[in-house]
Design a protein around this ligand. Structure first.
Ligand code: ZN
Length: 135
């Protein structure tokens, strides 16, 4: 896996995720925020939604906000709790890889936040074996 240093744009994305959860934390309903940069350069924020039966990751709502605004490409994403940067769960890795297989993900490391390709986090994504996918 190749870790890369963050640039100014990446640090803005991390700050957007942290700022969003600091400003709008709703105890017992969400604990994670995500900020995704789209191909247009705009940043969309998402929130983890918790309920008794279903949880939705912050990455999903950030990607949904970007898609609802007409974005078709994602370039980078960061997610955080109130205190720490977070790496996406396995289901989010599948979602991010499916929408933008070239995108970067900002993850925590022992040396601080670093950027990796989603293909490094998920080298072999799920492949739909059903007949409608052209195989
Ligand atoms: Zn997730």
């Amino acid at each position: 896996m190749q870790y890369r240093e963050l640039n100014g744009s990446d640090r803005e994305l991390v700050d957007a995720a942290f700022e969003a959860i600091r400003r709008n934390h709703w105890p017992d309903h969400h604990h994670v925020r995500a900020a995704v940069r789209a191909g247009s350069g705009k940043v969309y924020v998402g929130v983890h939604l918790e309920s008794p039966g279903v949880d939705v990751c912050a990455e999903w709502s950030a990607v949904g906000s970007a898609a609802a605004a007409g974005e078709r490409e994602l370039t980078c994403i960061a997610a955080s709790s109130r205190t720490a940067l977070m790496s996406p769960c396995g289901i989010c890795r599948e979602l991010l890889h499916y929408f933008s297989p070239q995108m970067d993900v900002i993850v925590p490391t022992d040396e601080g936040p670093r950027k990796v390709k989603i293909t490094d986090l998920l080298p072999i994504p799920y492949a739909d074996p059903s007949p409608h996918n052209g195989q």
